[in-house]
Write a protein of this length. Structure first.
Ligand SMILES: [Mg+2]
Length: 394
C-alpha cells in the first residue's frame, strides 16, 4: 500500500487558520465550560499543488487554539516546509524526533502532540487526494464507509428535548454528561433513559469527575440500568488497580481513551481489561499514523474502538475515515451541540440517517472547508512558504 501513500514532492506552503464561533449556550462539562467553539485547521500544499487539511484539538484552556497555532507557525511548520515524505507516517515521526527535547524543556507535550497530529492528518489527506482515493481506503482494509454514529455532548437542562432533536437529525444512540453531583447525575441519567425509544441506546460521560468511592457507589446504583457505557468515571491518571476494581464491580462497560497520550498508556489499558470501549482522539494525540495502529490493537483485543472527538469538521471527518478503515462495531462520536465550524469546515457534510453516517467516495477526507462562510469567525491566519521548495531540496 505504500505506493498509494507517496507524497513525493516537497511541502512548500502551509496555511494556519483559527476560528472562534460564538454560541448561544455555553458547553458545560464537569471540568470546564466553553463559551465559544474554537477550531484550528491547517492546509499543507506540496510543490505539485496537491494539498491536504488537518485539525488540532484545541478546546482547553481558553487560549488553546491560538497557542497551538503559534506552535505550528513557529516550531513545526518551519521543520516541515521543504521536506519530501515518502509516506505520510514519516512526517509525524520526524516531528516527534525534532521536538523530543523541547517537550521535556517546555513541559508541554500535549500542545506539541496536538499540533503534530494536525500536520499528520494534513499529510494523510494530501496523500489520499494525490492517490485519488478516499482516506479510509489508504488507511486500512475494512473499507466500511457506512458508520454507526452517536449524538454526544447532551447535558441538562433539556435532555429530552436535545435527544428528540438529535433523533430528528438521524441519531439513534446518545451520550449524556454526568459528573455534576449525585442528585443531578441520577436526574440526567433518568431523563436520558426515559427519552429513549425502542432500539435506541444511551451512554454516559463523567469526564473524570469521580474518585473511587464515588464511582463505586454510582456504579452500584447504575448496574441495573441499560447503559451502553460509562465514560471516564475516574481521572485518567488514577492507578490501574482502581480501574480494575471499578471494572470488576461494574456490569456496564467502562470507556476511556481521550486522555491517554502514549502507545504505552493504550497498551497498558488493553492489558488491564478494565475497559470495554477505548476512545483515542486522533486530534489530541497521535494523529492518524499512531491512532490507526492503536485502533488495530483495540480490535485485536476484541474491544470496541470508538474514536473520541469534539471539534471542527476536519478532525471529525478524519475520525470517521479512521473508524471506516479500522472496522469493528465502534461508533463515531458526533457532538450534537450547535457548532457552525463542524458543518462549515466539512462541506458537503455527510448525511446521518437511522443512526448511520455515510462517507462519500470522494478523494481524501471528501470534504472542503467553506472558508467564505466561516470568515467572520476567523481570529488567526498565517501563511508560511518554503524558501527552498525546489524538488529534491531535502
Ligand atoms: Mg468524554
Amino acid at each position: 500500500m505504500v505506493h498509494h501513500c507517496v507524497t513525493s514532492a516537497p511541502i512548500c506552503k502551509a496555511e494556519i487558520y483559527v476560528f472562534r464561533a460564538p454560541v448561544a449556550a455555553p458547553i458545560r462539562t464537569s471540568f470546564g465550560t466553553m463559551h465559544d467553539r474554537p477550531a484550528l485547521i491547517l492546509r499543507l500544499e506540496d510543490a505539485t499543488g496537491a494539498y491536504g487539511w488537518g485539525e488540532a484539538w484545541c478546546n482547553f484552556p481558553v487560549c488553546g487554539a491560538e497557542h497551538r497555532a503559534r506552535l505550528l507557525e513557529s516550531v513545526l511548520i518551519p521543520h516541515v516546509l521543504g521536506k519530501t515524505y515518502a509516506h505520510p507516517e514519516h512526517g509525524l515521526a520526524a516531528i516527534v524526533r525534532h521536538t523530543e527535547v523541547l517537550r521535556l524543556q517546555a513541559d508541554e507535550p500535549g500542545p506539541l502532540s496536538q499540533a503534530a497530529a494536525c500536520v499528520d492528518i494534513a499529510l494523510w489527506d494530501l496523500a489520499a487526494r494525490k492517490a485519488d482515493k478516499p482516506l479510509h481506503v489508504i488507511l486500512g482494509q475494512a473499507g466500511n464507509s457506512s458508520l454507526s454514529a452517536y449524538a454526544s455532548g447532551i447535558n441538562h437542562p433539556g435532555i429530552a428535548e436535545t435527544i428528540s432533536r438529535a433523533r430528528n437529525e438521524g441519531y439513534r444512540t446518545f451520550k449524556v454528561k454526568i459528573g455534576f453531583g449525585d442528585t443531578q447525575d441520577m436526574q440526567n441519567i433518568h431523563d436520558g433513559l426515559d427519552a429513549l425509544r425502542e432500539g435506541e441506546r444511551l451512554a454516559v460521560d463523567a469526564n473524570q469527575a469521580w474518585d473511587l468511592p464515588t464511582a463505586l457507589a454510582m456504579i452500584e446504583k447504575l448496574n441495573a440500568s441499560p447503559l451502553l457505557w460509562i465514560e471516564e468515571p475516574l481521572r485518567c491518571d488514577r492507578p490501574w488497580d482502581e480501574w480494575k476494581r471499578l471494572a470488576a464491580s461494574s456490569r456496564i462497560p467502562l470507556a476511556a481513551g481521550e486522555n491517554m497520550r502514549s502507545r504505552e498508556s493504550f497498551e497498558t489499558a488493553l492489558v488491564s481489561r478494565a475497559f470495554g470501549v477505548i476512545q483515542p482522539d486522533l486530534c489530541k494525540w497521535g494523529g492518524l499514523s499512531e491512532c490507526r495502529k492503536i485502533a488495530a490493537k483495540i480490535l485485536a483485543a476484541k474491544l470496541r474502538y470508538c474514536p473520541h472527538y469534539l471539534g471542527g469538521g476536519i478532525g471529525l471527518l478524519a475520525s470517521a475515515h479512521l473508524l471506516a478503515a479500522a472496522g469493528g462495531d465502534g461508533l463515531l462520536e458526533v457532538d450534537c451541540n450547535p457548532n457552525p465550524l463542524r458543518e462549515l469546515l466539512a462541506q458537503p457534510f455527510p448525511a446521518v440517517a437511522n443512526g448511520t453516517l455515510n462517507l462519500s467516495d470522494a478523494p481524501g477526507l471528501g470534504v472542503e472547508p467553506d472558508l467564505i462562510a466561516v470568515k467572520d469567525f476567523m481570529t488567526f491566519y498565517k501563511e508560511c512558504r518554503s524558501s527552498s521548495a525546489l524538488p529534491g531540496s531535502n
